[in-house]
Design a protein around this ligand. Structure first.
Ligand SMILES: [Zn+2]
Length: 188
């Protein structure tokens, strides 16, 4: 059944409201929390599961493809990402235990960094060791975009942002855009 124009308008308005509410929760460049190192998770309890679920909701509403707990001011080593619809992944205490020497430069955005996307060099393939939210041990290889997202989010857990990994001109341009009033980031 076709949606009426009114239904479409209502849905768009609701999405915009959820987006604003999500962005309100995300810490933005300049917040010292983004520069802190997160601490390992030790309790794999229901609380952790709820924390991951809350992150997924914020990420979807923002919208973005990944989020680190530190971006919400929670200093846990916990990241989530979702590359395909209805397939959110949560990694607890993620560690990148190997990186390919082959790298690729691509533009990356960040919900915590207003000022647009900047080129960032990342390893094309990585091996990751982590736990899921129940504490089960995981180890897997990842490549291309997924590997990029994981490297981006793990950086957040160490207080590292895309501006630290981009070229000097791109960094200067992003900082200029922020000075000129850009307030929203986007992307990962
Ligand atoms: Zn980010």
């Amino acid at each position: 059944m076709a949606q009426s124009a009114k239904e479409v308008e209502l849905r768009e308005r609701e999405a915009a409201q959820r987006r604003r509410a999500a962005l309100d929760q995300i810490r933005i460049l300049g917040d010292p929390v983004l520069r802190e190192k997160a601490v390992p998770v030790t309790a794999f309890d229901a609380e952790l599961g709820r924390e991951a679920e809350r992150m997924v909701a914020v990420m979807r509403d923002a919208p973005g493809v990944g989020l680190a707990a530190t971006q919400l001011g929670v200093m846990h080593r916990l990241i989530i990402y979702e590359l395909e619809e209805d397939d959110p992944r949560a990694l607890v205490n993620p560690e990148i235990i190997s990186r390919s020497s082959a790298t690729e430069v691509a533009d990356e955005g960040c919900l915590s960094v207003p000022g647009g996307r900047v080129p960032v060099e990342r390893a094309i393939e990585i091996t990751v060791r982590a736990n899921d939210v129940t504490g089960r041990a995981l180890e897997f290889s990842s490549s291309d975009f997924e590997a990029r997202v994981i490297q981006h989010e793990v950086d957040h857990l160490d207080g590292v942002l895309i501006l630290d990994r981009t070229s000097r001109p791109a960094r200067a341009e992003a900082l200029r855009a922020i000075r000129d009033g850009a307030t929203e980031g986007g992307g990962i």
